[in-house]
Design a protein around this ligand. Structure first.
Ligand SMILES: [Zn+2]
Length: 301
């Protein structure tokens, strides 16, 4: 069992997948398209005839309920792929129709719940990209629906900003998911997951015009612990020689010293280039790597 301490009420729904196909790495806020209390929303999802659920619900009064334990994927977003990666949250509307607004109390609870989900699941920040490649996603990205409604939809970038500001201030200790590695989607594009493994390396090698083998050779072992988001294909050693040709090409592109070794200077320059927070380390998962993967997929790195 794993759910937020912020939930003051539980009503378990039978409508969910058993377990998850992925680690939790996304959050998907929805709107209820109605002003339901968390108890009423719980009774809707308690019915197996309904075939729908969410991990959490937030009422107009700001109270939070849990309906599906985080260890299970809920049936919320019309997407197996999304719901298996996401914690989903239904938010009540304080007015029905129009822009479908939510109350300030509900909005504040949504921010708090997102922060808590990020901290407990080792997510180092929320990123709204307007499509499913980000880790703050919306129902409307997966189905012909207005959910989460015009009001919440317009506030998605602000939600990411406020959550990230609190995460930065709280200095959470990031957990390191085991076996994190980037891979390919069914269409051959990189999965945007923030882990820099062999697949991301291969795509970057291709983009930089160096030999493509998914391996980053001869990297200084002293940097390994600071960069848990560098996963498979990184060959760490205490006795370095010439470094990696791919890292050299990357350094040349970024305009930093070309020595072939990834380190704080190169990573900071990469973060600056990609417009993500600059701290010289690759977290697990990493916003910088997510943006790298997105740009590699779009051919715009
Ligand atoms: Zn929805």
């Amino acid at each position: 069992m794993s759910y937020s301490d912020l939930a003051c009420y539980t009503a378990w729904s039978p409508n969910h997948y058993y377990g998850r196909a992925y680690n939790i790495r996304k959050i998907t806020p929805h709107h209820m398209a109605g002003d339901l209390s968390i108890e009423d929303c719980g009774s809707v999802f308690a019915s197996s005839a309904r075939q729908a659920s969410s991990n959490y619900g937030i009422g107009t009064d700001g109270r939070i309920a849990c309906y599906v334990d985080e260890s299970n994927a809920a049936w919320t977003s019309s997407s197996w792929e999304n719901d298996n990666q996401a914690v989903t949250i239904e938010v009540a509307n304080c007015e029905c129709g129009g822009d479908w607004p939510v109350s300030d109390a509900a909005w504040n609870s949504l921010i708090e719940l997102c922060v808590d989900i990020c901290q407990r699941n080792g997510i180092d920040g929320l990123w709204y990209t307007g499509d499913a490649s980000g880790n703050l996603t919306e129902h409307r990205m997966f189905a012909a629906t207005a959910c989460p409604g015009p009001y919440l939809h317009s506030l998605m970038p602000q939600l990411a900003e406020e959550v990230n500001a609190r995460l930065g201030g709280a200095a959470p200790s990031w957990s390191v998911p085991s076996g994190g590695s980037s891979g390919y989607d069914s269409d051959g594009s990189l999965i945007v997951d923030g882990y820099w493994g062999s697949a991301t390396t291969s795509k970057l090698q291709e983009a930089l015009g160096t030999y493509v083998d998914g391996e980053v050779d001869d990297q200084y072992a002293g940097w390994e612990d600071d960069n848990p988001g560098l996963t498979f294909g990184w060959n760490w050693t205490w006795e370095t020689s010439n470094g990696s040709p791919m890292v050299k090409a990357l350094q040349e592109k970024l305009g930093v010293e070309v020595d072939g070794f990834i380190g704080p200077d190169t990573i900071s320059a990469l973060q600056e280039y990609l417009g993500t927070p600059v701290d010289g380390c690759i977290s697990s998962p990493s916003l910088c790597v997510m943006e790298l993967q997105r740009r590699l997929n779009a051919g715009t790195f």
